[in-house]
Design a protein around this ligand. Structure first.
Ligand SMILES: [Zn+2]
Length: 261
């Protein structure tokens, strides 16, 4: 598994993506517009460029940084000599999820990070492919952000790989246009971020975009006071960047240098 974690991640990512795209045909929550066929290549294109950039930076991604840090026994877990304890593996997954929650809050509150993250929010519909639509420089920022915490805590390469597979899977699930039955949704939402919970975060209303930041576990939002049960708005996306031209692949790439509003 450690031989090529990026390839394994990609294989699982692709299978999960196809599964949820298929499921959206049977259980959709919102009307699907014909524009999705224009959105899909742009969204897929973003993730291709990102994968290419990360490979160029570190062939094994953040896991590569973890392999290096573990060899050098860097990080708190090594200092306390608890790095190989099974409980640390589970704790690492929970900690990484909280760190990604914090990263997501940062991307909404730090101006230059918002310029990158708003590319994700400018999607006019939400479906499984929206989980691919992150500006490549936001993915690069996320690589350095996660790497920093790998060095601070000494997360194992296995925990990083498992977490990234989970994060990708959850992102596809909670961006998908899925209507889960009421009772099931209520039970799931207690523990994990459901599509109905995450769609609130993609509301066109700016105050609602600052709610429901979580990707995997739903309790961070409840505990840290950023939880919103449902949206008051029907429209998805930003008030700006709504034309067909602004939604094209090349325009998304240069969107961070454009003025909003
Ligand atoms: Zn966001």
């Amino acid at each position: 598994m450690l031989q090529d974690p990026l390839r394994l991640r990609f294989a699982i990512f692709f299978v999960v993506l196809l599964f949820f795209i298929g499921l959206e045909f049977f259980l959709s929550d919102r009307k699907k517009s014909a524009k999705r066929f224009a959105r899909w290549p742009a969204n897929l294109g973003m993730s291709f460029v990102s994968s290419f950039l990360i490979r160029a930076l570190s062939p094994l991604g953040v896991a590569g940084v973890a392999v290096w840090a573990n060899e050098k026994s860097l990080g708190l877990f090594h200092f306390l000599d608890i790095a190989s304890h099974p409980a640390i593996f589970l704790a690492s997954l929970v900690m990484l999820d909280l760190l990604i929650y914090a990263q997501h809050v940062l991307t909404h509150h730090v101006a230059f990070l918002w310029r990158l993250h708003r590319v994700h929010h400018s999607d006019l519909e939400l479906d499984a492919t929206s989980a691919l639509r992150f500006h490549p420089l936001e993915i690069v920022f996320s690589f350095f952000y996660k790497s920093l915490f790998v060095l601070i805590f000494g997360f194992s390469a296995t925990s990083v790989i498992v977490f990234e597979i989970l994060l990708n899977g959850f992102a596809i699930f909670n961006h998908s246009n899925l209507h889960l039955p009421g009772k099931l949704e209520k039970i799931l939402r207690y523990f994990i971020v459901t599509p109905q919970m995450h769609v609130v975060h993609h509301s066109i209303a700016e105050n609602e975009q600052k709610k429901n930041y979580g990707f995997c576990f739903s309790f961070w939002d409840r505990w840290l006071n950023t939880y919103l049960q449902r949206s008051e708005e029907k429209d998805i996306g930003l008030k700006d960047f709504r034309s067909d031209k602004e939604q094209s692949f090349w325009e998304l790439l240069i969107q961070p240098i454009k003025k909003q509003g």
